[in-house]
Write a protein of this length. Structure first.
Length: 114
């Protein structure tokens, strides 16, 4: 059974940094592309960043370009999202997801105060 477990969220101030982690088990992590999504209160879930199975292809939402960095450790089966210069509009629940499948984590809350 595929399991994705996020961690690393929290309450921070604008301009601070956080690093989210998503530990994946139950599948061959190194064979699949993954992504981070987020959902703000009252809004639909949106793609933040995604990364190819070997890390060679990465895309970002325009709103996070230059501030966030997605990466992966295929030896440890972990997906990361480094978030710098956080803004209040980055507040939301952050989820990791296996691309092209309906495998989601339970989410980790990020709250950025102004």
């Amino acid at each position: 059974q595929v399991q994705l477990v996020e961690s690393g969220g929290g309450l921070v101030r604008a301009g601070d940094s956080l690093r989210l982690s998503c530990r994946v088990s139950g599948i061959a992590f190194n064979l699949y592309a993954f992504a981070w999504y987020r959902q703000a209160p009252g809004k639909s879930r949106e793609l933040v960043a995604d990364i190819a199975y070997d890390g060679s292809g990465i895309t970002y939402a325009d709103s996070v370009k230059g501030r966030f960095a997605i990466s992966r450790d295929n030896a440890e089966n972990i997906l990361y999202l480094q978030m710098n210069n956080l803004r209040p509009e980055d507040t939301g629940m952050y989820y990791c997801k296996r691309l092209y499948a309906e495998d989601w984590g339970q989410g980790t809350q990020v709250t950025v105060s102004s």
